[in-house]
Design a binder for this molecule. Structure first.
Ligand code: ADP
Length: 611
């Protein structure tokens, strides 16, 4: 039910459309009911003599009186009433009623269009926006393929299952209600009897719908596993081929796909049950009504013509009532998807922007870690870190992998908040600064450069609504990227997507550096990635990095010591603890862990300069 209440939240902004729709639907139903009541005079004309009353009958909510009033009106307006005249009037009236009914229905559907598409548009937007705002920790926990399924596949499922049912969900109950009221007027005992059978039918239908919802939820999660596997396989296609693991991946895929097949059959069969089941239940209800109503007629307590009209009306209830049941089935599938989308929407965001942020005049003096401890879940990663990064200095983080270097760097832009201690910028707790202010002054060059499906120029001037092409070229030149960009088919306008995998690691890295230069932040976080490059690329990238670091404060996560020998301060981090701290020479003289690391790398011949 929670899914439904969430759905109403999306429908609520469109309430004026809903009011218009309901009004027109009511009107349409009224015409529909009226067109059916014409069956009685039709039968009377065929079977009886019709003689319009001479005086206007007293008004009463009673079928025969209402008909007498109609005949009286017709008699006075047409002069004399002949049987063929009445028949013609009824036929023309019928066409008129159906025309009005269908006009109402058409305009009702016309009105509801913005609600149907709008609610889905809003849901999709909210899911994506929320996703963009969620902290990195969420993406560490969740599989990308699963998130993708939720914001695309599940939204599509909601669109199909729920929004396509919305019209029927709103319209059919109105139709059922209107006909039931008309039936109550005609014969309330029989109608009350019919109504008494409804809960039993609803119970049977509800039971099957529940199992359908469960199966659908399971079905969507298998679909998401399939997406995760596909995404993983595409990302790791090189490794898969290198290990000749195609069959291994195919087997994994086939197992999941087979599960999806079995479940798909189950869902389809359950869903197919809805129509025959509700039709069969409907036929039982009709048979019972025919039996009891027929008996009342045989007893002479009900006019046979009225009973025939009654049955005709009842037949009109069956179809929308069946549609309500089918809609309910369909919606269960959509609600299962809606619940999965809610899983994303309800995800809390622990990284909150302060409501009243502290004033910020730019990074002036230092970044300080004060007794900072951090854990991913239960795993302690940083323990009581105290560190100061003075403006203009280059600080290098070294140590074995898994020691907590990247985590320490991630605390500065508040990708994570520490569980203990404070991170201060110019003496102010960064949690009290507006996230925009804080992140504006930080530039990041990750180990794996990230490029977006856009032109080279837009990738450099990333997120700038008005890119300055002059500056883009200037930054590309500083990052030693201008030459290779100029060689591309369309230069700076070349789409990264069109290039596919044609850019080398070093070229991508230089684009990422040009992007950081364009942003021109006072504080840089570099995850050094020169080790994977060939020596020529490495040299170019290193030169670009040196240019980038000029006159800036930098925190460098170093994988190879050769690049950070001149850092103002080197911090040796292992198991989340700072073991040694100082410049290259002093750490070397200390003869501790840094010295060991240096010797290992020196012996391996991995460094080129020991200053
Ligand atoms: P380094 O950069 O020194 O290699 P990291 O900061 O990347 O170290 O990782 C420190 C520890 O935290 C490692 O044991 C790693 O497995 C763990 N870790 C890193 N990122 C996450 C994450 N998103 N969720 C859970 N554990 C993580």
């Amino acid at each position: 039910m929670k899914g439904f209440s969430r759905l109403f939240k999306y429908i609520r902004p469109y309430w004026p459309y809903l009011v218009g729709f309901t009004f027109l639907t009511l009107l349409g139903t009224l015409f529909s009911v009226l067109s059916l009541t014409m069956v009685i005079p039709f039968l009377q004309i065929l079977f009886d003599q019709v003689s319009p009353p001479q005086t206007q009958p007293e008004f009463a909510w009673e079928m025969n009186t209402l008909l007498d009033i109609l005949y009286f009106k017709l008699g006075t307006s047409l002069g004399t009433v002949t049987k063929t005249g009445l028949l013609a009037t009824i036929c023309v009236g019928l066409v008129g009623m159906f025309l009005l009914k269908n006009l109402c229905n058409y305009f009702a559907l016309h009105l509801i269009a913005p609600l149907r598409s709008g609610a889905i548009h809003d849901l999709r937007k909210q899911a994506f926006h929320h996703l963009m705002d969620l902290p990195l920790s969420y993406f560490g926990r969740q599989k990308k393929g699963d998130i993708m399924t939720r914001v695309s596949g599940d939204v599509l499922e909601v669109e199909w299952s729920i929004m396509n049912s919305v019209v029927s969900l709103l319209k059919d109950p109105i139709t059922v209600l209107a006909f039931l009221i008309a039936m109550l007027v005609m014969n309330y005992q029989l109608t009350l009897f019919t109504l008494a059978m409804l809960p039993v039918s609803a119970l049977i239908i509800g039971k099957v719908a529940k199992t359908l919802k469960k199966a659908s939820f399971h079905g969507q999660s298998i679909l998401s596993d399939l997406n995760v596997l596909t995404e993983e396989s595409l990302g790791g296609i090189r490794i898969i081929k290198a290990f000749r693991a195609e069959t291994h991946q195919k087997n994994k895929f086939d197992a999941l796909n087979a599960q999806s097949l079995t479940l798909g059959n189950k869902i389809f069969r359950r869903r197919s049950l809805s129509s025959p089941l509700s039709e069969f239940i409907g036929s039982i209800v009709i048979a019972v009504v025919m039996w009891f109503g027929g008996n009342i007629v045989l007893d002479g307590a009900l006019d046979p013509k009225a009973f025939i009209t009654y049955i005709a009306m009842f037949s009109q209830v069956i179809s929308p009532a069946k549609a309500v049941a089918t809609t309910y089935y369909n919606m269960q599938k959509g609600v299962a998807s809606l619940n999965r989308i809610e899983g994303v929407l309800d995800e809390p965001n622990p990284i909150q922007n302060p409501i009243n942020p502290a004033p910020f005049q730019g990074f002036k003096k230092s970044i300080e870690f004060k007794d900072v401890s951090f854990a991913y879940g239960k795993q302690n990663v940083l323990n009581h870190i105290n560190l100061s990064i003075e403006k203009g200095k280059t600080i290098a983080l070294v140590g074995p992998s898994g020691g907590g270097k990247s985590t320490l760097a991630d605390l500065i832009p508040r990708f994570y908040d520490p569980q203990n201690g404070l991170v201060l910028m110019d003496g102010v707790d960064i949690k009290t600064l507006a996230l925009e202010d804080l992140r504006k002054c930080i530039g990041m060059v990750p180990q794996q450069p990230v490029l977006f499906h856009d032109s080279v120029a837009h990738n450099i001037a990333y997120a700038d609504p008005n890119p300055d092409i002059g500056r883009v070229i200037q930054c590309a030149k500083m990052a030693h990227a201008h030459d290779f960009i100029s060689g591309l088919e369309q230069g700076y306008e070349t789409s990264i997507g069109d290039l596919g995998n044609r850019l080398s690691g070093g070229q991508k890295q230089r684009l990422a550096i040009a992007r950081a230069l364009y942003k021109d932040p006072p504080l840089l976080i570099l995850d050094e990635a020169t080790s994977a490059l060939d020596s020529e690329s490495e040299q170019l990238v290193q030169q670009a990095l040196d240019k980038l670091m000029e006159n800036r404060t930098s925190l460098v996560i170093a994988h190879r010591l050769s690049t950070i020998l001149h850092a103002d301060e080197i911090v040796y981090l292992e198991n989340g603890i700072i073991h040694e701290q100082g410049n290259h020479q002093s750490l070397l003289n200390m003869g501790g862990k840094y010295r060991q690391l240096f010797d290992v790398q020196f012996k391996a011949g991995n460094y080129t300069n020991h200053g």
